[in-house]
Design a protein around this ligand. Structure first.
Ligand code: MIC
Ligand code: SF4
Length: 647
């Protein structure tokens, strides 16, 4: 029986466990990436672990998220990250050099290697045959210190591609089509592995668009084989030496195979406010657009910029729209400038934004009140753009450019003949904004601004405690709901006491005050609690406010790990109907918690109404591996790592 590509890479890197879906495994990590919004915590944690130098083959620290410098805070963080990088042997990609996933794909990714990153879109590098997984910052810190990364062995779903994309239909439409059927929770515990004759018709940046947005499926990761197209991509990047072919064995067995004929793909759009709320663009054509944004780690390669420019060339955008373009990397921006693409975009009325995440995370270019914003991005959660009542549509660069021209949502196939360029020989490679760490960084002084506060200690789990239900949430709560981003809040990513004031602020503005008054509390969630971003602040800040457990119908992978990493108990209902019987204000009592967890037994708790009357005993499961139980009992991963030597 042959192995899938995912299994082959895992097997080569396996440190503990067996290749059986659902079992906990530990894998060795070759490369890590961090970005500034999660990286300061990861670096503080790396400092706390106390190694002298990172043990990975390559670790890169990117600055791409917190780019608005309205006061000292963000730039203080950049300076801190730069000094930690030099101190511990980490490459530093300076602000302006581009979005971590795009730059990593261009300059660092290597087929067949493992990569973890403190950002949920780390699977972007799966587009070149890496096993690339998003995680919390402390997991990345442990990996940088030489420790393995632990996860549940995923189930491997095959996606067989055949045919070839038609004109004006793109890789973005492929992943939107998959999101429509698989949904934002369909990928939990799974890897989507692409194969088949259609693969070779896609370039590496196109493959990376698909693996990038596989994060929205809730998947552990997505992966393409490395083939001649990968070799060509690396050749153009002057990195052909890093190429090696990797693919599944013939006869590889997938848990399920999804067949997609690329000829059948049509332009698609995800409507507000979920990435799986997908329909063909032609069904919703004519919706008036106020803003268009082209960029983000999903669609900001030179090819994406070129196709948008070719569609817009010689025209001016419609009077009712504002168009922003953020190139994914300095390489894309320099190449676009060299080829006259930037001028075409500017002449058409585009506003050229920095090579950074920018509007994707509400860092500038927020839409107007009640606006419709049509974006080539990957997330359209309520409020994420910076404007609470804006409606975000997620589309391809082709659809975005067509919509910018017409001023209304437009199926690009109505535009006539499709522009084509071969850009491969024209790429400008320039690593001047990547700082290589010194051989010996031990003398480097670490620069710490006043907004950078220590990581709070995790809480040791109590055996017996009572706590009030502070909030009852519905299904698909995102980490943006728990710990919002945006220009006002992001500068506090290095300051947990301050950022914790914003926990759940868009859902319950009183959350912070209530949590402080209660001192101990419990959150109730529905399905897929904590989907979306990897930000560990969505666990750290609630922990700081006294949240001791989250009880949900199910959890998103990264968030559940983040909760455990900071000592918050993630529990699921044995009987899902019990969810209906709990309301905010009820008091929940845990007893003999440690014994139950250690014995792998369910946890029985009693729930009483706010006025104290006994209501009901309910049974909860803590469906995590034994190592996670030890982490919970140690008060979080940092304490656990300090107790156990890294193996
Ligand atoms: C996102 O797209 O939500 C982010 C911002 O990149 C996050 C990381 C963060 O919150 O800093 C992610 O995807 O993990
Ligand atoms: Fe940046 Fe947006 Fe990509 Fe997150 S999804 S890494 S905010 S561009």
């Amino acid at each position: 029986m042959g192995l899938t590509l995912t299994e082959k890479i895992i097997k080569e890197h396996l440190v503990s466990g067996i290749l059986k879906a659902g079992e906990e495994i530990g894998i060795g990590i070759d490369q890590t990436l961090t970005q500034d919004a999660t990286g300061t915590m990861a670096c503080l944690q790396l400092e706390a672990i106390g190694v002298d130098r990172v043990k990975t083959e390559i670790s890169v620290s990117y600055v791409d998220h917190n780019m608005l410098q309205t006061d000292f805070k963000n730039m203080d963080d950049h300076r801190y990250l730069q000094s930690v990088a030099a101190r511990f042997g980490i490459y530093f990609s300076r602000p302006g050099n581009g979005i971590c996933h795009q730059v990593h794909l261009e300059r660092f990714g290597i087929p067949g290697k493992t990569l973890i990153g403190s950002d949920s879109h780390t699977p972007t590098n799966g587009g070149m045959g890496m096993l690339a997984i998003g995680s919390g910052g402390v997991d990345v810190a442990v990996a940088m210190a030489g420790g393995p990364f632990y996860l549940k062995m995923p189930e491997v779903v095959g996606v067989e591609l055949s045919g070839k994309l038609n004109d004006f239909c793109s890789a973005k439409d492929v992943i939107l089509t998959l999101l429509k059927t698989e949904t934002v929770k369909g990928g939990i515990g799974k890897v989507y592995e692409y194969f088949g004759s259609g693969v070779m018709t896609l370039t590496v940046p196109e493959r990376a668009t698909i693996t990038n947005m596989g994060a929205e499926l809730g998947a552990t990761t997505s992966i393409f084989p490395s083939d001649e197209a990968t070799r060509e991509f690396l050749r153009v990047q002057n990195r052909e030496k890093s190429w090696k072919p990797v693919s599944a064995d013939s006869g590889a067995v997938y848990s399920r195979v999804i067949k997609i004929n690329l000829n059948d793909i049509v332009p698609m759009a995800a409507r507000p406010h979920m990435p799986d709320n997908v329909v063909p663009v032609h069904e919703i054509e004519g919706i008036k657009a106020d803003q268009i944004a082209i960029g983000s780690c999903t669609n900001s390669s030179i090819n994406d910029l070129a196709v948008a420019a070719d569609i817009l060339e010689g025209n001016i955008i419609a009077p009712g729209v504002s168009l922003g373009v953020s190139p994914g990397s300095r390489q894309a921006l320099m190449t676009a400038t060299d080829l006259g693409i930037t001028s075409v975009l500017i002449a058409s009325g585009a506003r050229i934004l920095e090579s950074a995440c920018g509007p994707c995370i509400g860092m500038g270019f927020a839409p107007s009140s009640g606006a419709v914003s049509v974006r080539t991005f990957n997330r359209n959660f309520t409020g994420r753009s910076g404007t609470k009542d804006a409606g975000i549509y997620l589309v391809s660069p082709e659809t975005a450019a067509a919509t910018a021209l017409k001023g209304v949502l437009t199926d690009p196939r109505s535009l006539g003949s499709f522009p084509r360029r071969d850009l491969s020989s024209k790429i400008i490679v320039n690593d001047a904004m990547i700082i290589k760490p010194p051989e010996d960084g031990s003398g480097t002084e670490i620069v710490r601004g006043p907004n950078i506060k220590p990581v709070p200690e995790g809480k040791i789990l109590e055996n017996h405690f009572k706590a009030q239900i502070i909030l009852k949430a519905g299904d698909n709560i995102t980490t943006d709901d728990i710990m919002p981003a945006g220009a006002e809040i992001l500068p506090f990513r290095s300051n947990i006491p301050e950022i914790s004031k914003y926990v759940f602020s868009a859902i319950d503005p009183e959350f912070y005050k209530k949590a402080i008054a209660l001192r101990k509390s419990v959150i109730i969630g529905g399905e897929n609690y904590g989907q979306g971003s990897s930000r560990e602040h969505a666990a750290l800040a609630p922990m700081y406010l006294g949240v001791r457990a989250v009880i949900a119908k199910s959890f998103a992978r990264i968030h559940r790990a983040n909760l455990v990493n900071f000592g918050i108990l993630p529990l699921t209902f044995r009987d899902r109907d019990d969810y209906n019987d709990i309301k905010p204000g009820d008091v929940i009592e845990f007893g003999t918690l440690k014994e139950s967890l250690k014995a792998g037994k369910p946890v029985s708790v009693s729930i009483a109404g706010g006025s104290g009357e006994k209501k009901k005993i309910i049974v909860l499961e803590c469906n995590v591996a034994d190592r996670f139980i030890d982490i919970l009992l140690s008060g979080g991963l940092l304490n656990y790592t300090r107790k156990h030597s890294i193996k």
